[in-house]
Design a protein around this ligand. Sequence first.
Ligand code: ASP
Ligand code: MG
Length: 402
Amino acid sequence: MMKKVLKFGGTSVGTIERIQHVAKIIKRDYDAGNKIIVVVSAMAGQTNDLIQLSKSIANDFSKRELDVLLSTGEQITCALLAGALKKININAQSWLNWQIPILTEGDHTNSRIVNMNVSKINNFINEGVAVVPGFQGISKNGEITTIGRGGSDASAVAFAKLFNADSCEIYTDVDGVFSSDPNKIPVAKKIDRISYDEMLELSSLGAKVIQSSAVQTAMMYNIPLQVRSTFTDRKGTTIFDHENIDYSKSVTGVAYSKNDAKITLIGVEDKPGIAANIFEPLNKAQINVDMVIQNISSDQKTTDITFTIKRDDLKMTKDILNNNQKIKYKNITHNDKVAKVSIVGAGMVSTPGVTYKMFKALADDKINILAISTSEIKLSVIIDEENTLNAVKKLHTIFELD
Ligand code: ASP
Ligand code: MG
């Protein structure tokens, strides 16, 4: 007998038929004698629809009221799924954020789960299935909160941690984690086992299958995650501690994202403290700078500095740079038609030549590299957006992932 947290994403509970199907999956586990807590997302598209509704009132709709509004999405699926379980003769009960309660800290729409009262649910799962809402909680002042888009994964991990569950299974609409985006790269393969570090890199570099903050928490508390499909019986991907993984391949996956923009300051004074003066106000405004390149100045007096940021922060970044009295430069240019393509693999640490192999492959295809960043287990490049899929395909092939 195990204590399990099962999480079902939006597409898994997107229609009544699917909710009934999910009830059958839960029944299988429950009949096998397990204690089950089910975490649900809202029906697919529902959260977006609710956001649209709020925008039809006001573009700057109150965040407090937005949390009240958005939390209803998961309230609906909780009740429907508990009802569907009862219909197939399983004792089940839904609980809302304030009934448990799921305690959060932080701002509206951007809170995080810090604690829960586990007693009522722990009692209940001895006799039935508990169905709880993902993506939300309640602050210590009793305000309804949400924890950021895609937050149900983080909710599932928080439940697994606070209830001391034996496993946390993330049911979704794909078979698991793939070596690249299976919708765009048909030769991409499902990965059976992957380490937390690699998954963390892949998900923050563009792989959408699981939220990176959920992986981070799982890693911190060593909670193994299972990502698997609601719609097939195939074995999914296990995300866990890396000690037990075979790193015969240097690269585990190729990710890409189109969320970045590149800014270049041309003709910046080349003297100590200049970089600090550029980045200090960006830091204050919580703008995350990813890659930075400074080239050697030819005249010893000025230099060019290029850096990348989230595309959504482009306007704010340019405004801050334009108003920064502490720096002088000749010109500022930006490019938001760029993509970040990354190779990730814990095996990279012990394989020489991975960097060369990546750069050579891109050069052979005449793909220009605009910026580079590396860590022990990843190598990312910024390239022109139009070359994205070519680059991903090429890297997937040369690193023997096809
Ligand atoms: N329903 C929320 C969203 O769409 C949370 C989730 O699905 O994980 O962002
Ligand atoms: Mg979701």
